[in-house]
Design a protein around this ligand. Structure first.
Ligand code: ADP
Ligand code: MG
Length: 633
């Protein structure tokens, strides 16, 4: 297995140039090249619709580049997910025949591979939004491509309004909206009746098998389905849609454990998780992915799909003012996209781990993120980018008034905005940090309490997913519940002390890759702090109180109070929630706790919790939230 793996890697590295050219020319979009170029010469905005894999993301920027559109400025292509931006840029650099970071580069949070030579720049929608802070007209760009528009992420949606506004000032700016689904009319009419081009796709038939009964445990069902496909069906790669990295790691372990139960004549099965930190070159037999594989990244060789029917999304309840991560059923549109991934090269087959009735009860399309997210972060960015009247902003879909008001209140409570709704100097600094306003507030406060070094460490660790591996209960990656602010700090300190020693990580069930990632984020945050006049090395030594006090400054809306029955109730929104049973704090009765996020599984769980003292709330915006329920009335 190992050797085979190495061999494959080597093969990937020396991709034949002629082969690449042939593959490019065979893509459906190749035939449309002249039409597209002509259309964008004539128009200022264009909508392009084409099935996943037709070549939109990789080819279109190259067409424009070859046709001279990058002479006066760069071509930006936005992606909702960082893993897509970086891996697609890598592929395109290969196709163009340049080193990544030269003519073709990418820019995602905490990772920039561009140079002054860069002409084609893949970036997350969030990064382009941030660039507005320093360059209100995005004057570096001659073409802005808003890709994956059908996903309707919060940031892409906001970019719609921003680039439309910029185009009123900049006659020369071209805007292209790309979507993998047919609902392009909305986009076209938003840009004053822009032309829509359809790329004819090709799709082989895909047989669908629904579960007969409702599945209690989709992880278990996915495991069974994967083995069944592998044993019963002709050879072909399997793509399994899961909801997140922890789950991917869980199922990866389970698959590996059960692999010896396969009949001896069955082909060898290689298991490859596809997530942010991995290069695309690792994609092989059973690919475990989140919905990044739905439309953003095309993987060749897939004949079989295992669709759990679930996805992890951010949800925000404006009444409660709390954002949480929740695993929820996907939409019909997503289910169709997932199915489609099996029929790209040959007829395929899709196992849906939900019943036909279940499918029929799914929503037609997912709700745009802007209608269900905490808007504080983007509103702060918009304010800092000079959008004064947020209530009047030209949204593609206007978020509920309650969400807008709630977000503005939140920014006010953080003192990012003053009572007139204007950006404060502190708010401007908060906008500069590449983290949520609440975390930015924590960082800013750490200067006052002299514990920036510790706070940076914790924030970096909070930014990565699975930090702890679970030795026993593999199902729930239960060790993750160990996360609390101080534990995370200690892990990073330990890791630094042993200089990332592999054995130390294994002994302590620590995900070395995640902590290494966090270390990189740490370095970046240090330089952001330096630039904003916050000495990044100021340390509180062994004192932990100041650290938690800083977190309270930013997260006064994430407090929960002990109830008589041992459960907790959030300060804000009065929701009942629990400490995870495997948490070190479980069963202890602390009057007041601070949590970093809420995760909804069978119950509402608080993740990353710390015990805090009531006295620390002084001077924070907490009073605002305890009483401040009324504004959405
Ligand atoms: P679209 O954006 O229309 O979904 P893409 O431009 O992403 O299509 O992909 C076009 C084709 O390029 C895919 O079908 C795939 O064959 C190929 N491709 C894209 N990325 C890679 C990669 N990292 N490695 C190999 N092939 C790739
Ligand atoms: Mg694409």
């Amino acid at each position: 297995m190992q050797n085979d793996h190495k061999k494959r890697k080597k093969e990937k590295r020396s991709v034949d140039k002629a082969e690449l050219v042939a593959a490019r020319n065979a893509l459906p979009i190749a035939k449309e090249r002249d039409n597209i170029i002509k259309a964008i010469r004539d128009a200022r905005a264009l909508v392009i619709v084409g099935e996943t894999g037709s070549g939109k993301t990789t080819q279109l920027p190259q067409f424009l580049y070859d046709a001279g559109f990058a002479k006066k400025g760069m071509i930006a292509i936005t992606q909702p997910r960082r893993v897509a931006a970086s891996s697609i840029a890598r592929r395109v650099a290969q196709e163009v025949g340049v080193q990544l970071g030269n003519e073709v580069g990418y820019s995602v949070r905490f990772d920039d591979k561009t140079s002054h030579n860069t002409k084609i720049k893949y970036m997350t929608d969030g990064m382009l939004l941030r660039e507005l802070l320093g360059d209100k007209l995005l004057s570096k760009y001659s073409v802005i491509i808003l890709d994956e528009a059908h996903e309707r992420t919060l940031r892409t949606d906001v970019l719609f309004g921003m680039v439309k506004g910029i185009q009123k000032v900049r006659q020369d700016l071209k805007i292209i909206v790309m979507s993998a689904t047919l609902d392009a009319e909305r986009f076209a009419s938003y840009f004053d009746g822009a032309q829509t081009l359809f790329i004819p796709g090709r799709q082989f038939p895909v047989r669908v098998f629904n579960a007969i009964d409702r599945q209690e445990d989709y992880v278990d069902a996915a495991l069974v389905a994967t083995f069944q496909l592998h044993v019963d069906e002709p050879p072909g790669d399997i793509l399994v849609f899961l909801t997140g990295q922890e789950e991917i790691e869980t199922i990866e372990k389970l698959l590996k454990e059960h692999i010896h139960e396969l009949p001896p004549e069955a082909m060898q099965l290689l298991i490859c998780p596809l997530f942010a930190a991995q290069p695309a070159a690792q994609q092989q037999k059973v690919i475990l992915a989140t919905n990044v594989a739905e439309t953003s990244i095309t993987i060749s060789g897939i004949r079989y799909i295992v669709d759990t029917g679930m996805a992890k999304v951010r949800a925000f309840n404006p009444k409660l003012g709390i954002e949480s991560l929740a695993v929820v059923p996907i939409s019909k549109a997503s289910a169709m996209q997932r199915l489609g991934r099996a029929g790209r090269e040959a007829p395929g087959c899709c196992y849906r781990l939900y019943t036909e009735e279940g499918f029929n009860s799914l929503a037609q399309v997912s709700e745009p993120e802007i209608l269900r997210c905490n808007l504080a972060n983007v509103l702060l960015t918009l304010k800092a980018a000079g959008v004064d009247n947020l209530m009047e902003f030209d949204f593609l879909d206007r978020p509920p008034r309650a969400s807008l008001v709630r977000a503005l209140e939140h920014l006010y409570a953080l003192r990012a905005l003053n009572s007139k709704g204007e950006l404060t100097p502190e708010g401007r600094k908060m906008a500069e940090f590449p983290v949520d306003p609440s975390l930015a507030k924590v960082l800013l406060h750490s200067k006052t309490l002299n514990c920036t070094a510790e706070v940076i460490s914790i924030i970096s660790m909070l930014s990565v997913e699975t930090v702890f591996f679970s030795p026993h209960d593999k199902r729930e990656a239960a060790n993750e519940a160990k996360r609390n602010h101080l534990t995370l700090l200690n892990v990073m300190r330990g890791y630094q002390a042993v200089k990332g020693d592999k054995d130390w990580c294994i002994q302590n069930f620590i995900n070395a890759r995640a902590v290494k990632n966090a270390m990189e984020i740490r370095t970046q945050l240090e330089s952001f702090c330096e630039n904003l006049g916050i000495p990044p090395n100021a340390s509180s030594g062994n004192e932990v109180e100041p650290i938690l006090q800083c977190f309270v400054q930013g997260f006064f809306q994430n407090l929960a109070v002990l109830q008589v029955d041992g459960s907790y109730q959030t300060f804000n929104g009065k929701q009942i929630c629990h400490i995870h049973p495997s948490s070190v704090l479980f069963g202890k009765r602390m009057s007041l706790i601070l949590f970093h996020e809420l995760v909804q599984t069978s119950r509402q769980y608080m993740r990353s919790v710390s015990s805090i003292s009531l006295a620390w709330l002084q001077g924070t915006g907490s009073h605002y939230f305890t009483h401040g329920q009324g504004s959405e009335q």
